[in-house]
Design a protein around this ligand. Structure first.
Ligand code: SAM
Length: 385
């Protein structure tokens, strides 16, 4: 049997009593590693469907980077946008994208297999189901574009895990490592603020559909970015006064956006540092939308304490973000955000119970989860001060 390179290195594990589960999993692993068992399972009618599904899953894990680069090519070439008004011939697509005919055919076949595009009558191509859904969410194309940085960082995943200093993604989110984030300039915050703004609409809708602010007088959106969440809340509940806090350069972007939407009298954007916040007190509701997961535990706890101090007694904190261990979407929290935030330089997606533990440490009395329609994108915890 071939030796596994790492298996003989490092200290030996201290023997631990095997539980029944350990033994059962050991047996399962030995079976799955056996080529004889694999051949048998692929032919036996009762195990065949499971074997096919697992083979496909394993292949997708091994090949997923190719799929995401097919999508990256479609986004960079604007291929999906060109199909938004209806199907196109391959000749026209070749001239619009500037790709040689055979390369375009290769890309179209790959994109069709991923349901980004779809063959239509007369040899033309139209949008596929995923391509159409993607066009309905401009945030996805923006996300795919900025993934080029993470893709470069993950070129050598072991090197990234050994030493994340110098990761390119960290330059995109300069606040993660900045000693004085409040000094970041407009140019430093431009790209990430645009990305967050473009993807915020979907998140804000899901959160505010689930948690009504009817009857509340004041909302503080901490680290509220360009203010899309704050603006949607103000637009839905005309009696609500909204305050947003973010880094000075981001708050300035929010002010400009709020002026353009005529909401400047209902939403005020304050520039400051979450970790040395200006005095903000007596709010009915405080929101942290996609904020806590950016920070390591000590910083996350400090943010929750700031949120609690800003609330009136009995006020509510909303935490909305993707979480680890989301049933059916486990790789999103632990694989995607796990490595994404590692490269970014701080934070991690937490399980609901971990967030609830932090909330209790920060002095919140009780917290519960409200189900959102797309838990993969955002889950919602409500805590009582
Ligand atoms: C991932 S973004 C989320 C923005 C917004 N809540 C949303 O969902 O679109 C995190 C936000 O935290 C802000 N931020 C990071 N560090 C901060 C700090 N020390 N003080 C204030 N805001 C900060 C960033 O400027 C950014 O707008």
């Amino acid at each position: 049997m071939a030796a596994h390179p790492q298996a003989s290195e490092g200290p030996l594990d201290v023997p631990v009593a095997q539980s029944l589960r350990d033994r059962w999993l050991g047996l399962r692993d030995r079976l799955l590693m056996s080529r004889r068992f694999q051949r048998w399972a692929a032919r036996f009618p009762l195990t065949r469907p499971v074997t096919r599904r697992r083979t496909r899953e394993l292949f997708d894990i091994a090949a997923g980077f190719v799929y995401s680069q097919v999508l990256a090519a479609c986004v960079r070439l604007g291929l999906l946008e060109r199909l938004a008004d209806g199907p196109c011939s391959t000749d026209r697509l070749a001239s619009l994208t500037g790709l040689p005919g055979d390369a375009l055919q290769r890309l179209l076949a790959a994109a069709a297999s991923l349901r980004l595009v779809e063959p239509r009558s007369g040899g033309r191509y139209g949008l596929g189901a995923h391509g159409a859904a993607l066009l309905g969410n401009p945030g996805i194309s923006a996300m795919v574009r900025h993934h080029a940085l993470l893709y470069a960082d993950l070129g050598d995943p072991v090197a990234l895990l050994r030493d994340r200093r110098g990761a390119r993604l960290a330059t995109y989110w300069p606040y993660a490592a900045a000693a004085h984030p409040e000094r970041l300039a407009a140019a430093d915050v431009h790209d990430y603020s645009e990305l967050m703004g473009e993807s915020q609409a979907l998140i804000a809708g899901d959160v505010l559909d689930r948690y009504s602010l009817r009857g509340q007088c004041s909302l503080l959106d901490l680290a509220g970015g360009e203010g899309r969440f704050a603006a949607l809340a103000a637009a839905r509940w005309p009696d609500l006064q909204v305050t947003l806090l973010d880094l000075p350069a981001v708050a300035e972007r929010a002010r400009q956006r709020l002026r353009r939407s005529g909401l400047q009298d209902r939403v005020s954007a304050v520039g400051g540092d979450l970790f040395a916040p200006p005095p903000l007190q007596g709010f009915d509701v405080v929101s942290l939308i996609r904020v806590v997961h950016d920070h390591d535990d000590a910083a996350a706890l400090a943010i929750l304490e700031t949120a609690r101090r800003a609330l009136r007694p009995g006020g509510r904190l909303l935490i909305a973000e993707p979480m680890a261990g989301t049933p059916g979407a486990e790789p999103v929290g632990d694989a995607y955000f796990g490595l994404y935030l590692w490269a970014m330089g701080s934070g991690r997606a937490r399980r609901r119970e971990e967030l609830q533990g932090l909330l209790a440490c920060a002095g919140f009395r009780a917290s519960r989860e409200l189900r959102t329609p797309r838990p993969l994108l955002v889950r919602l915890l409500v805590a009582e001060a």
